[in-house]
Design a protein around this ligand. Structure first.
Ligand SMILES: *Cc1c(COP(=O)(O)O)cnc(C)c1O
Length: 378
């Protein structure tokens, strides 16, 4: 694979993640650190350790396999923390590790519940679980209407121990969708009270990063913070942008310049000859391409990089391991110099949302994809 054998350096500022965690904790309640997908590309183990140092005692990962990897790391480090698997068990192989590695699965279907109950009974060992409810995402979870039958089945399966109830907000980052958020909040409240009345007074959590920052009323005993930990503003480009103030982006991505040479007026550059020089210019060929997760979709979208402390435009099609920039304004650019694709120093730093807007995606995907390159922790 080209990734990991390229000139990329993904620099992760763990101090920024720790500060972002403290900022989220300042909004009240327990903050569960969402570190699924390799901590959104920031490094599962390193981020877990940094958050644990800030007092984080509960981590949410995606698959059970990720949970196993995290638990092995936590044991090695002597860190005691709860590990929650947001996807829950997907296939037969996912069940036994829940007990062996003390993973709390999200359980959102009767099928999962029956399988867990059967396994618990065979082993004679209880398992703490988080009950997952669908209040508007229509993705995973029991619905409010399932609650009576759920309570019945839980009573028949005493080794399946609900310790938590969760649901996920679909529109918490959208100032124009408050009504939808509040409706999800009401549905979740009803479910949590029904569980309590049914004898299951569990720790509830609903809010994601945007919910933590914008919807205090939807806070419960705990919240699940993801993207804000990594310093992207969930409200970027909206009228609520100020609510993400103080978050610090933890990821910076840079790579090397391979060549610097002139491009004469009228000459085209890269595949398809889609870009033609309107004046004599100087171009830098940079070691970044779609094989490094610097998407070909960025071609011709006005994307920028930082070279020699200046913003320079990417030009022509992005190739597999190369792309071009106009460095006419950076006379001292040389092969071997750094080109910054994400982050950087000072007011010219490229935010994940800015890169995402050129890319036609969101900060989450920018982090997950670029984060697959070689990382350095600073
Ligand atoms: C990813 C995820 C989160 C975190 O969401 P952010 O928007 O990144 O804060 C919370 N809950 C669930 C169920 C998730 O899958």
């Amino acid at each position: 694979m080209s990734i990991l054998f390229n000139k990329f350096e993904v620099r992760i500022r763990l101090a920024a993640i720790r500060a972002n965690y403290r900022l989220l904790c300042g909004h009240g309640g327990r903050v569960i650190g969402v570190i699924k997908a390799d901590a959104y590309g920031h490094g599962l183990c390193e981020v877990a350790r940094a958050l644990a140092q800030e007092g984080c005692d509960t981590f949410a990962i995606g698959s059970v396999e990720e949970g196993v990897a995290l638990r092995q790391f936590l044991r090695q480090e002597g860190i005691t923390a709860r590990v929650i698997a947001l996807l829950g068990p997907v296939d037969a192989e996912d069940y036994a590790p829940l007990w062996e590695h003390e993973i709390i699965p999200f359980v959102g279907s009767f099928r999962q519940l029956e399988t867990l109950a059967g396994q618990a009974a065979r082993m004679g060992k209880a398992l703490p679980v988080s009950l997952k409810f669908d209040t508007g995402m229509a993705r995973l979870g029991f619905t409010g209407a399932d609650v009576p039958r759920l309570l019945e089945r839980l009573r028949e399966a005493p080794l399946v121990r609900p310790v938590m109830a969760s649901s996920h907000l679909a529109t918490a980052d959208d100032p124009g969708a408050v009504e939808f958020v509040l409706e999800q909040g009401r549905r979740f409240e009803d479910i949590v009270s029904a569980l309590a009345q049914g004898g299951y007074p569990v720790e509830a959590n609903l809010a994601n990063s945007a919910g933590i920052l914008a919807h205090k009323k939807l806070h419960h005993q705990s919240q699940r913070g993801g993207i804000a930990l990594y310093g992207a503003n969930p409200f970027a480009g909206t009228s609520w942008e100020h609510l993400g103030k103080g978050l610090a982006q933890a990821m910076e991505v840079r790579t090397k310049i391979v060549s610097v040479h002139p491009l004469k007026k009228g000459q085209s550059i890269s595949y398809g000859a889609t870009y033609r020089a309107e004046r004599d210019m100087t171009v830098a060929i940079v070691a970044a391409g779609y094989a490094d997760a610097y998407s070909r979709g960025l071609s011709g979208k006005g994307a920028q990089m930082l070279i020699g402390g200046r913003r320079v435009p990417q030009i022509g099609r992005v190739c597999m391991q190369l792309c071009a920039c106009d460095v006419s304004e950076v006379p001292d650019a040389r092969p071997g110099d750094w080109a910054v694709l994400l982050g950087g120093e000072g007011p010219l730093a490229i935010s994940a949302d800015e890169l995402a807007s050129w890319w036609g995606t969101i900060s989450y995907e920018v982090f997950c994809l670029l984060g697959m390159n070689r990382r350095v922790f600073i």
